[in-house]
Design a protein around this ligand. Sequence first.
Ligand SMILES: C[S@@+](CC[C@H](N)C(=O)[O-])C[C@H]1O[C@@H](n2cnc3c(N)ncnc32)[C@H](O)[C@@H]1O
Length: 281
Amino acid sequence: MSSPITLHNRVKEILYSITGITLTQNKDIMIANRLHKLQRDTNFTGSIEKLLDRIEEGSYVKEFINSFTTNKTHFFREDFHFVDLRDRVLPDFIKQSKEIKMYCSASSTGEEPYSMAMTALCAQEALKQKTKVSIIATDIDTNVLQYAANGVYRYSKSSKEFPEWIKPQKYFQKRVKKNFNDEEILIKIKTEIQKMLTFQIMNLNDSSYPFLEEEFDVIFCRNVLIYFSNEDQNNILKKLFIHLKMGGTLYLGHSENPHDLGDYTKRVGQNIFIKTKELTW
Ligand SMILES: C[S@@+](CC[C@H](N)C(=O)[O-])C[C@H]1O[C@@H](n2cnc3c(N)ncnc32)[C@H](O)[C@@H]1O
């Protein structure tokens, strides 16, 4: 049996080679817990070393990825980005009845792309005009993609998750509650909103992405770059940038930065960047 350090280094190497995720120091307890969970989820009866051999041979890769991603998210996280989307980006599209295409590049359980959709509907209601809105949402983790596609969430009446300008009852329907108290209910995103979104699996570590050049008016890439090395963050951003239209907006998470894109963008708000120049590699 290998020592915990050797075993954990091996896990880190496999995780990096598949996903690009770089686990920092002091993650030993987390790695140990997730390995146990992985063993349970796969019903693998052999040793962890044997399980890692199988993963390197191409088995249980999906389960391995799903075990090691961190999926923390919530509706309207860093809500000033949605305010910017509502007030600065969307009105021009809506007034000109021009389709807006948005991309959410690490959508986790769906709260972020559904927040983008609700923001678009809210802006249309305010202007009393409609336009076509489409949102592609991707993640590497198949469990969270399934969760997002179902669109069912716990909602607590005392929750401050939704900003005051969003009325959740407009966009969700109440679900029959089972084992829930009066305080917490289940809510399901309405079908007409679900139709605005396409969820698909995608690995940001891939060498290129399955989209057209300049396909998107808006790209959200938030709270995912932090899991990558600086060099890999820069490469991901450059790959994403190919798919952002000139004048389009890139939103990054609060502790993320645009790396080399700084010279090709104009900063218009807290981690909000407009594409001003084409990037030549
Ligand atoms: C902390 S969540 C952030 C969710 C959301 N963007 C937000 O800001 O609330 C990070 C997400 O990135 C996904 N992820 C991690 N590595 C990835 C990769 N290589 N390709 C695509 N998604 C990845 C994880 O599965 C997880 O759902």
